[in-house]
Ligand binder design. Structure first.
Ligand SMILES: Nc1ncnc2c1ncn2[C@@H]1O[C@H](COP(=O)(O)OP(=O)(O)O)[C@@H](O)[C@H]1O
Ligand SMILES: [Mg+2]
Length: 279
């Protein structure tokens, strides 16, 4: 897989070392700034609220344990500040606001996300918040090697003794697996459900369930028709299964099936196997 390098010119505000606040919510501020002379994405915890500070600390602990070309690395961490390199490009959310992706790009982006998830899951971590906002595309390119998975703020790690999010239903309903909505955490197959929604969204330009809460509660089973070529439908259908056992059982398995479909469609170049960043 060709990894898109993160060497785009610094954003203007970073060059002039003027921090630019991007958001402030839940006691956490995100800004575009500078770290060690390089453009950076900086999260600062602004509150003393124990639950927020503990979760902030945990986000740093989990991110610090991950090192993979398709995951935004943590550059520096303190209890109140997390610093990441600035990824010049767009988030997948911003890209999807311009419309659905062509099939090769959709396959490629999801291939990148699954490659990152193979690694994440091998570390005993489940992301729990896979959605277009948390998938950055370096250089703005919709391809596997440009994927940078980020935001481990809701993640579950087997290595950490306790789960600060236990029993919570936090997440974005459209992308959240039904069991996650019931408060079940730490099952990698929940991320595969979200990856399935991501693939659907990339191909259709919208997620599969208009009434996401209705679907999660089992009240409204209505799903939009599956997008993309029919060869992809069994995999989409399985990934979106309410039943955990009906889904691909591992990220590796889902990636393998995605590659099989890509190969069948003559699009194997979208999801190359040989140069995988090793998990
Ligand atoms: N390293 C980065 N470089 C550039 N933009 C980023 C970076 N990390 C996150 N962002 C942008 O900021 C948004 C919020 O960051 P995120 O870590 O997801 O925090 P939140 O907890 O607010 O969701 C992301 O959706 C993305 O658009
Ligand atoms: Mg986020």
């Amino acid at each position: 897989m060709h990894i898109v390098q993160d060497d785009a010119p610094a954003p203007s505000s970073a060059r002039t070392a003027t921090p630019r606040v991007l958001s402030r919510h839940g006691g956490v501020q995100s800004e575009e700034g500078v770290h060690a002379g390089q453009p950076a994405f900086i999260k600062t915890c602004l509150t003393d609220e124990p639950q927020v500070t503990a979760r902030f600390l945990q986000e740093g602990q989990i991110a610090a344990g991950l090192s993979h070309p398709l995951i935004v690395p943590l550059l520096s961490a303190s209890p109140r500040r997390l610093v990441f390199p600035w990824i010049s490009g767009v988030s997948l959310r911003e890209r999807l606001e311009r419309g659905a992706l062509p099939l090769p790009e959709a396959l490629s982006v999801v291939c990148g996300v699954l490659s990152a998830l193979v690694y994440v899951h091998a570390q005993g971590v489940t992301h729990q918040d896979v959605k277009p906002e948390n998938v950055l595309l370096a250089g703005g390119q919709a391809e596997a090697g440009a994927v940078r998975l980020t935001d481990f703020g809701m993640s579950h790690s087997r290595a950490l003794g306790s789960d600060l999010h236990e029993g919570t239903r936090m997440g974005t309903p459209h992308f959240m697996a039904p069991e996650q909505f019931r408060g079940v955490r730490g099952d990698p197959r929940s991320d595969l459900y979200s990856a399935g929604v991501l693939l659907f969204d990339c191909l259709a330009g919208h997620p599969p369930f208009q009434d996401a809460l209705g679907w999660l509660t089992g009240l409204s089973p209505e799903r939009a028709p599956l997008p993309g070529p029919p060869e992809l439908h069994p995999l989409l259908d399985a990934a979106l299964s309410r039943d955990l056992d009906g889904r691909p059982q591992t990220a590796q398995d889902m990636l393998r099936r995605l590659r099989e479909v890509a190969r069948f469609l003559g699009l194997e170049g979208c999801c190359p196997e040989d140069e995988d960043p090793c998990p």
